[in-house]
Design a binder for this molecule. Structure first.
Ligand SMILES: Cc1cc2nc3c(=O)[nH]c(=O)nc-3n(C[C@H](O)[C@H](O)[C@H](O)COP(=O)(O)OP(=O)(O)OC[C@H]3O[C@@H](n4cnc5c(N)ncnc54)[C@H](O)[C@@H]3O)c2cc1C
Length: 381
């Protein structure tokens, strides 16, 4: 049996490695265990980039968290000298009456964010790579952009190592034995003991904590990089984008900032899968490429070129698409953070800090009551 840790983190992905960093800064003795490497290409954080939008739905409840997150990402950039954030701006586009665009604008007003409302004509004039029906509406936010997701995880990992965190890679956690005093973590090779645990296992949360019957469904999602036919239409001057269309669905993507092509993925739909058994080949069905092209051909026709690369990734969906961050209902020494529902990465910095505060002090300054586990029990009663 190994030495006693203050906190063990199960899953060193987006949320886990950020939590480890803040715990180490708070002088905790920390162990991170991941079944793969940190970062890796099997969970929810690979594929180079993740959008950070400041204006947000759900009555704007996430805006304080995203503001704090952005400030913390910038701090991490300064501390490490790495480039983690690219402030390209972001456009939210939709059909007339789209709740998605309306909520983005409403939250921008409520939280005094900088934004610009655009009609279809001015949208297409500003970015000629975009084609939309005449009645479409858009909101542009110049302060949003994207994070280099794997770079962010590497930055935290490097800082964790400097601060003395033990990071154990390629060690699947098979079981947790929890008492009020300690948590015993069992891997195939060995056993670890810590006073507290933070479980940040992404798409594997329901498998690791079966007794909790967590309402988290892993979804198989695909995205690709497409060659553009005209230079400068979708390059560095092009913003991150999210489109709520009336005909083909909800899509998001990134400018071609490095010559790999315009990146695009689909936000809605997706197949419920077992994260240990899914097909990880992008081209396992030709429908996947065709689906992305159905958006490009209508809305960004000059980006509907050769498919340079395609990847498969996992969302962890909750029924209301809000995260689950809470103490284990039976054990105050265990925190659970999962169900990031395809929009969690941007928050990893603030969530890592919040989980650290909860683990060390039992409370956090950040209001995350809307992310509690018992909201589902309430809904059922
Ligand atoms: C295609 C795609 C696009 C996305 N776009 C955006 C976006 O634009 N903006 C945004 O904010 N968010 C986006 N997201 C969502 C965001 O990436 C996720 O919400 C976030 O990465 C989830 O973090 P996590 O820590 O829960 O999971 P992960 O980062 O996957 O980490 C979980 C870790 O737990 C480990 N683990 C699991 N089980 C075990 C075990 N038994 N033992 C040991 N280790 C274990 C895994 O190996 C993994 O490393 C996107 C996600 C995908 C898939």
């Amino acid at each position: 049996m190994g030495s006693l840790y203050d906190v063990v983190i199960i899953g060193g992905g987006s949320m886990g490695i950020a939590t480890a960093y803040y715990l180490a800064k708070a002088e905790q003795k920390v162990l991170v265990v991941d079944q793969f490497t940190v970062p890796n290409i099997y969970g929810s954080h690979h594929g180079e980039t993740r959008i950070l939008r400041l204006g947000y739905g759900n009555g704007g409840t996430y805006v304080p968290l995203v503001k704090e997150s952005l400030a913390l990402w910038k701090e991490l950039e300064e501390e490490t000298g790495r480039t983690l954030y690219n402030q390209t701006g972001a456009i939210s586009v939709g059909y007339p009456g789209s709740d998605f665009v309306k909520e983005t604008i409403d939250s921008s007003i409520k939280y005094n964010l900088e934004y610009e409302k655009l009609d279809a004509k001015s949208l297409m004039e500003r970015w000629p790579g975009i084609t939309v029906p005449d009645d479409y509406v858009a909101c542009y936010d110049p302060n949003s952009g994207f994070l280099y997701s794997e770079e962010c995880i590497l930055a935290y990992k490097e800082e964790c190592e400097k601060l003395g965190v033990t990071i154990l890679e390629n060690q699947p956690v098979l079981d947790l034995q929890i008492t009020d005093k300690e948590v015993t973590v069992l891997t195939a090779d060995t056993t670890f003991v810590a006073r507290k645990a933070v479980v940040t296992a992404g798409a594997w949360m329901p498998k690791l904590l079966p007794d909790l019957e967590l309402e988290i469904k892993p979804l198989r999602k695909t995205f690709g990089w497409f060659e553009t036919s005209e230079e400068n239409l979708y390059g560095s001057q092009f913003p991150c984008y999210v489109f709520d269309t009336h005909d083909v669905g909800h899509y998001y993507g990134f400018p071609d900032f490095n010559g790999k092509g315009l990146k695009i993925g689909r936000m809605d739909l997706g197949e419920v899968v077992d994260p240990d058994e899914l097909n990880r080949d992008f081209d396992s069905t030709p429908k996947e490429e065709a689906d992305l092209r159905s958006f490009l051909s209508r809305y960004m026709p000059q980006a509907n070129g050769h498919l340079n690369a395609g990847k498969v990734c996992l969302f962890s969906m909750t029924p209301d698409e809000d995260f689950i961050i809470d103490f284990h209902p039976q054990h105050e020494n265990v925190l659970i953070a999962g169900g990031f529902s395809g929009h969690g990465f941007k928050f990893a910095s603030a969530i890592g800090k919040t989980l650290c505060e909860l683990a060390v002090q039992g409370v956090s300054n950040q209001d995350i009551s809307f992310l509690s586990l018992n909201r589902f029990n309430k809904a059922m009663k």
